[in-house]
Design a protein around this ligand. Structure first.
Ligand SMILES: *[C@@H]1O[C@H](CO)[C@@H](O)[C@H](O)[C@H]1NC(C)=O
Ligand SMILES: *[C@@H]1O[C@H](CO)[C@@H](O)[C@H](O)[C@H]1NC(C)=O
Ligand SMILES: *[C@@H]1O[C@H](CO)[C@@H](O)[C@H](O)[C@H]1NC(C)=O
Ligand SMILES: *[C@@H]1O[C@H](CO)[C@@H](O)[C@H](O)[C@H]1NC(C)=O
Ligand SMILES: *[C@@H]1O[C@H](CO)[C@@H](O)[C@H](O)[C@H]1NC(C)=O
Length: 382
């Protein structure tokens, strides 16, 4: 760019206009000021001021942060545990006439406020509320005591809650179920927990329903905080609440609901079926089969979950440290009557009267309130 010489009327020395630099020329003892037009295109970083530099660097950092954030959230959303094939061997069998010998009978007040008296083993046997033969084990609600009897059921009906003597920290549990209990006022469950360390050691509900169980089976985890299923899952069931923390959603837990025929009359009509629950550090998964479609590896007692296809319920470890949330659990089978969950659902259940009145006065309404099991097999990975 050629020098631009000041002409009369131009801006005086010290006031170079925008786009001009002031240079001092000394020649032969005299000095003159010239304003030299500079080339300062906005896109040329050589001419950026500090403030501009700062803005540009900040903008680049923001863009990088956004790219990383998006990448992390995409990765997180796709994160899924490695359910690699484990090799399982049989460790415990609950079956035959000794089925109930492997359980303790819980006889305290129902922790969930049911209208129920959980009876000890001797009374359960004399009332025939637990009964085991070569091929099946039955656990039922008393149907003999009505309003005219002494004692009557005006303070709660006789029922049973058993908890396995063996406790588990993981494993593959295969439950053969021939009949699921149902009926107005009932709250049956087949589950795992450590009653003396609840909720710290977790709760795994494999089968659970209320009243006539028309909505099918519900599978649920209950934990302390920092266990959530707001992550990628591979399951055919219908996810309910995602937070497993018992302090959230009135202890609803993180549940998965199966089809209507997964529990109650239609499940029972085909002779029931099998529920399998795999509990390992990678996650907890459950499957269900009707009697007619039980996989051969289960029948052969060489179960391999990797051959069973998509689970019915999937609780991956992605956002829940399974190993620390679930420990020392017993297998629990019970049939509660009324209780917190049933009270909450009663008005929408279509069942008559109120729950306690119904349970106290209608012994004949509990003829379908029984579990019948084939056997339970527990496998451990080697
Ligand atoms: C999953 O784990 C198995 C066994 O540890 C390993 O062989 C396999 O490569 C892993 N798969 C992935 C996708 O990480
Ligand atoms: C006890 O219950 C079982 C199973 O339902 C039944 O087969 C058996 O006859 C009952 N025993 C008595 C003494 O009622
Ligand atoms: C395991 O569970 C049983 C039954 O709830 C309990 O008595 C026992 O104290 C527990 N053990 C540990 C180590 O938590
Ligand atoms: C529940 O089931 C019993 C027995 O199948 C039936 O008699 C009763 O009407 C049902 N009640 C409701 C509310 O569906
Ligand atoms: C339940 O119903 C019975 C009979 O209608 C009634 O006497 C009783 O007060 C009711 N109980 C509650 C808790 O509503």
């Amino acid at each position: 760019m050629p020098p631009h010489f000041l002409k009369p009327g131009d801006v005086p020395p010290g006031y170079a206009p925008p786009g001009y630099d002031e240079i001092m020329l000394t020649r032969g003892g005299g000095a003159s000021v010239r304003h030299v037009q500079t080339s300062m295109p906005w896109w040329n970083p050589r001419y950026w001021r500090k403030r501009v530099w700062f803005g540009v660097v900040a903008a680049i950092l923001i863009v990088i942060a956004i790219i990383i954030g998006v990448a992390v959230s995409v990765t997180k959303k796709n994160a899924y545990p490695n359910y690699s094939t484990l090799s399982y061997s049989l460790v415990d069998t609950y079956s035959g006439e000794g089925f109930f010998d492997q359980f303790n009978y819980f006889t305290g007040y129902d922790p969930t406020h049911g209208f129920v008296h959980y009876v000890p083993q001797t009374q359960a046997e004399s009332l025939n509320l637990t009964y085991a033969s070569k091929n099946s084990a039955v656990l039922r609600v008393d149907t003999s005591v009505g309003p005219g009897d002494s004692p009557d059921a005006s303070t709660g009906r006789f029922s049973v809650r058993v908890e396995s003597k063996n406790t588990y920290d993981n494993g593959l549990f295969v439950f053969d179920i021939k009949h699921t209990p149902y009926g107005c006022g009932t709250w049956p469950a087949l589950w795992l927990t450590d009653r003396s360390n609840w909720p710290d050691n977790g709760e795994i509900d494999v089968m659970e329903a209320t009243n006539n169980a028309t909505d099918g089976n519900q599978m649920t985890l209950h934990t302390t905080d920092q266990c959530s299923m707001n992550v990628r899952r591979k399951e055919t069931g219908n996810a309910l609440k995602k937070d497993c923390n018992h302090e959230k959603n009135s202890n609803a837990g993180c549940g998965v609901e199966a089809d209507d025929d997964s529990y109650g009359t239609s499940f029972n009509s085909d002779g029931g079926g099998v529920m399998a629950m795999e509990w390992r550090d990678a996650g907890i998964r459950m499957w269900q089969w009707a009697r007619s479609s039980i996989p051969s590896d289960i029948k052969n007692k060489t179960p391999d979950p990797s051959t069973w296809g998509t689970a019915l319920a999937d609780f991956p470890s992605t956002n829940c440290d399974i190993g620390s949330h679930f420990k020392n659990n017993s297998i629990v089978v019970n049939i509660d009557l009324c209780g917190d969950l049933v009270y909450a659902l009663w008005d929408d259940s279509g069942c008559a009267s109120n729950c306690t009145d119904w349970v106290a006065n209608n012994p004949e309404a509990f003829t379908n309130a029984y579990w019948e099991f084939g056997a339970f097999h527990v496998y451990r990975s080697s």
